[in-house]
Ligand binder design. Structure first.
Ligand SMILES: Nc1nc2c(ncn2[C@@H]2O[C@H](COP(=O)(O)OP(=O)(O)OP(=O)(O)O)[C@@H](O)[C@H]2O)c(=O)[nH]1
Ligand SMILES: C=C(OP(=O)(O)O)C(=O)O
Length: 216
């Protein structure tokens, strides 16, 4: 099955605020961009992926991710600004549906710098059996991927506790071995160290080397 992926990315100056103790304001935007570049490059290299739509209002990230082959769309105006992420995802999913009505759609967070194309393919192949499905993040409370089969609404419920929210919404939780790279999002310094242990993409490796993280 050939999926369209919607990848949301917050403006870089505001992204990854929980990494402030690991990466200060001067370097965090570049680190957030590196995460997104490695995520999108791995997604585009996945055999199950037809195309990647990045939803972002950040001009630099838009240019860099378009250069990798992603389509860039701006965030939708959100009625509730605290729900900007879910509004952005509904907007991207609607655009994806308009372009490819019979294709399955999935969202993928932009902070998966260790993402491996083969592991993403396994997750998407499993998701294809369900109307809606999701993958919990490595920490266990969040979500890194939410999928919707053709004809199904995505109904994203990202935010704190989204694993439970997606489960309660009727989406099927995917329970898979050996897909750590799709689950390892990076919110904190510990997450970044865990991702480095899995093996990150080249842009994140270069950006993290500049942080001089112990143990690298
Ligand atoms: N387009 C868009 N993407 C968003 C928005 N809010 C969050 N995201 C993206 O959604 C994904 C999951 O968000 P988080 O893991 O909380 O990332 P974050 O908001 O950069 O991190 P914190 O500042 O630490 O909360 C990441 O890829 C973010 O860039 C938004 O309002 N618009
Ligand atoms: C927005 C989310 O990301 P995180 O929990 O990583 O902030 C989520 O998992 O729903």
């Amino acid at each position: 099955m050939q999926w369209t992926l919607a990848v949301p990315l917050k403006p870089l100056a505001r992204a990854k605020s929980r990494l402030a103790d690991t990466a200060d304001d001067g370097v965090r935007p570049a680190l957030a961009l590196a995460f997104a570049q490695d995520t999108v490059a791995a997604a585009l290299a996945c055999t199950a992926v037809h195309d990647v739509v990045v939803v972002t209002d950040d001009p630099l990230a838009g240019r860099e991710l378009a250069a990798l082959g992603a389509r860039i769309v701006p965030d939708a105006p959100a009625a509730d600004p605290s729900d900007g992420l879910n509004a952005a995802l509904r907007h991207a999913a609607a655009l994806a549906r308009a372009a490819r009505p019979y294709a399955p759609v999935a969202t993928l967070n932009a902070d998966l710098p260790a993402l491996r194309p083969d592991e993403l393919a396994r997750v998407l192949d499993s998701a294809a059996a369900f109307r809606r499905a999701f993958l919990p993040d490595a920490a266990g409370a969040g979500t890194t991927l939410l999928s919707a089969a053709p004809g199904q609404e995505l109904r994203p419920a990202f935010g704190p506790g989204s694993r439970l929210a997606h489960r309660r919404s009727g989406a099927v939780e995917l329970v898979l071995d050996d897909v750590d790279s799709v689950r390892q999002d990076v919110d904190t310094g510990d997450d970044l160290r865990a991702a480095l242990c899995l093996g990150v993409g080249p842009r994140t490796a270069a950006a993290a080397a500049r942080l001089l993280i112990p143990g690298q």
